[in-house]
Structures are given as structure tokens and as C-alpha cells.
Ligand binder design. Structure first.
Ligand code: 0O2
Ligand code: 0O2
Length: 266
């Protein structure tokens, strides 16, 4: 049996892979934010499976210790949450673009179209990921799960009930979970219908936030060059526009401050 130090060493590349993959997907999201665009990724979490869970899975699946790295696919696990159903397939496309460059996709399981008997829905990809860590070069297996916020809510609750009942969930509870899963699915379909409304509302919010950020930078510049009265004047105009959240008026104000900063007549 591996002792705890052997486990620590064994898990080093997995820990590193989870951190690297989280950074990559979080930055993808940040890129959409920076462009003021709707992001198909809402948030990303990741974990390395606990040694106790690895051991119970080896017993359940009859995996020998020396086969763990080769056969256990979810020691490194990444979960990507999306707002809308369609975003899941967009993220899958983004991952496929990286296939053969950043990592190799070994297989995909679409539990969105083919839900599990429990009611579980998510899109899974198992990848082989190259890691250069303190223990040298390894190609490790990692599982990426992609799901909506609603599917995540259901899966977390269902998982904790399985834990409580030690995977022997009573039939009546299982039935209620299946019915809750059907409601989650109906919600996801309904939200997908509202896709354009949701996307344009969020895009407007991001654009306005960016415009306010740019105007604040200009006001700081005016104060820095000693034009305090002008800065105060534009600040009060900004406060008035903020109540209206009007993109056009924010852009107009930005242009006016720009003219002042570049010394053009107002
Ligand atoms: P931001 O700016 O909030 O998006 P870390 O290594 O610290 O970056 P870690 O340890 O994996 O990340 O943290 P955790 O607790 O697993 O959560 C990871 C990220 O998911 C955090 O964002 C949380 O804010 C975000 N998160 C968790 N649950 C939800 C949720 O229900 N909704 C939303 N929108 N986000 C959630 P960061 O990394 O702090 O960055
Ligand atoms: P964790 O860390 O507790 O999430 P197996 O791994 O043998 O159970 P298989 O076919 O190898 O099954 O893998 P599968 O079913 O494609 O994916 C396994 C992972 O998907 C699980 O990991 C869960 O995270 C998630 N999952 C699959 N089915 C369900 C389900 O009915 N309910 C919930 N809540 N999650 C599910 P683990 O092993 O449970 O690890």
C-alpha cells in the first residue's frame, strides 16, 4: 500500500494540472469580460480527488494500485459552469479546438442528451494532459464536467443525499430527485428560449460598466492635471447618467471629457 508520502508525491502532477486548467479556463472567461462580450463560461472549479475516495473507487471498480494512474479518470477534476444549455456545447467546441495542442481528448460523454437514470445531466470529457512538475514529465488523465448552474444545483444536492444514505437512497427520495431533475431540465429549456434577451441584457451591463470605468479614468486624469472644477462638473453629470444607465449618454460624456483633455473647444 502507498504510504501518505507516496500519495503526496503521486498527487503532485494532479494538483498542478488542476491549477493549470483552472487558470486557463478562468482566463478564457476573463477575456470575454475584457471584450465586453457574453461569456459561455460562468465559473470554474476544480479539485483533486481525496485519497480516501480514490481508494474506495479502486475497491468498487477492482482497480489495482499500479493501475490507478492509467485507469482512474477523475483524480484531477475540473467543472465548468454555464448559464445556458447552448453555452455547454459552445464550451465543448472551445475545448475541441485545443485537442492535440493543449491536451488530447480521449472521449466524450453527453449526459445532457442521454441523462443518467438518476436524472443527472452534464457533458463529460476525459483528457490526457501533459504536466511538467517537480516529479518530472507526466501525462495524466483528467475529467472535465460541463453543466448549467441549474444542473449543478441539482447534482450537488443529489450527491449530498447519496452521501447521507451511503448510495442507498430510498426509492421515494430517488423518485423525487428524478422529478426535480425534470423541473431543472424544463428550467434550462425555458432559459435557453430567453437566450437573446439574457445575452443582450448582460452585454449592455458589461458595456456600461466598461464605459463608467473609462470615464472614471478620465476624471482622475482631469484631477491629476489640476482641473478640479471640471472634474467635479463631469462627476455630477456622470452621477445623473448612472441613474439612467444609458449607453449613448455615457459615450457622449466620454467624448466630451476627451475633447477637454485634448484641449479642444467645448
Ligand atoms: P471570481 O473572481 O470570484 O470568479 P481559487 O484557486 O481560489 O481560484 P478555488 O480554491 O477552486 O479557486 O475556489 P472555489 O471555492 O472552488 O471557487 C472557485 C470559483 O468559483 C470562485 O471564484 C467562486 O467565486 C466561484 N463560485 C463558486 N460557486 C459559485 C456560484 O455558485 N456562482 C458563481 N458565479 N461563482 C461561484 P474565484 O476563483 O474566487 O474568482
Ligand atoms: P466525485 O468526486 O464524488 O464527483 P463512475 O466514476 O464509475 O461512478 P463512470 O461511468 O466511470 O462512473 O463515470 P461517469 O458516470 O461518466 O462520471 C462520474 C462522475 O460524474 C461522478 O464522479 C460524478 O461527479 C458525476 N456523476 C455521474 N453520475 C452522477 C449522478 O447520478 N449524480 C451526481 N450528483 N453526479 C454524478 P464520482 O466518482 O462520483 O466522484
Amino acid at each position: 500500500m502507498k504510504d501518505i508520502r507516496e500519495w503526496d508525491t503521486f498527487l503532485i502532477p494532479y494538483e498542478q494540472a488542476v491549477e493549470e486548467l483552472k487558470v486557463k479556463f478562468k482566463h478564457l472567461r476573463r477575456g470575454y469580460d475584457d471584450l465586453g462580450e457574453y461569456s459561455p463560461i460562468e465559473f470554474v472549479v476544480g479539485r483533486v480527488k481525496k485519497v480516501s475516495s480514490i481508494l474506495s473507487k479502486t475497491r468498487r471498480l477492482g482497480i489495482e494500485y499500479e493501475e490507478i494512474a492509467e485507469k482512474m479518470e477523475d483524480i484531477a477534476g475540473i467543472r465548468i459552469m454555464c448559464q445556458l444549455l447552448g453555452d455547454i456545447y459552445h464550451v465543448v467546441e472551445l475545448l475541441r479546438e485545443r485537442d492535440g495542442k493543449d491536451f488530447t481528448i480521449l472521449y466524450e460523454k453527453d449526459y445532457i442528451r442521454d441523462k443518467k437514470e438518476s436524472g443527472y445531466r452534464s457533458y463529460h470529457l476525459v483528457i490526457s494532459y501533459p504536466v511538467y512538475s517537480a516529479v518530472g514529465y507526466r501525462e495524466i488523465l483528467a475529467e472535465i464536467q460541463i453543466r448549467t448552474l441549474a444542473m449543478n444545483f441539482w447534482a450537488i444536492i443529489e450527491h449530498s443525499l447519496n452521501y447521507k444514505y451511503q448510495n442507498q437512497v430510498p426509492l421515494s427520495v430517488r423518485k423525487r430527485l428524478q422529478s426535480a431533475a425534470a423541473s431543472v431540465w424544463a428550467l434550462d429549456l425555458e432559459m435557453q428560449q430567453l437566450k437573446e434577451e439574457i445575452k443582450s441584457a448582460q452585454k449592455l451591463f458589461k458595456q456600461n460598466a466598461m464605459a463608467v470605468h473609462n470615464i472614471n479614468a478620465q476624471l482622475q486624469l482631469l484631477s491629476a492635471v489640476g482641473d478640479y472644477d471640471l472634474a467635479a462638473h463631469f462627476q455630477s453629470r456622470l452621477d445623473a447618467i448612472l441613474d439612467l444607465s444609458s449607453t449613448e449618454r455615457l459615450e457622449e460624456l466620454y467624448e466630451q471629457i476627451n475633447s477637454c483633455l485634448s484641449g479642444e473647444p467645448r
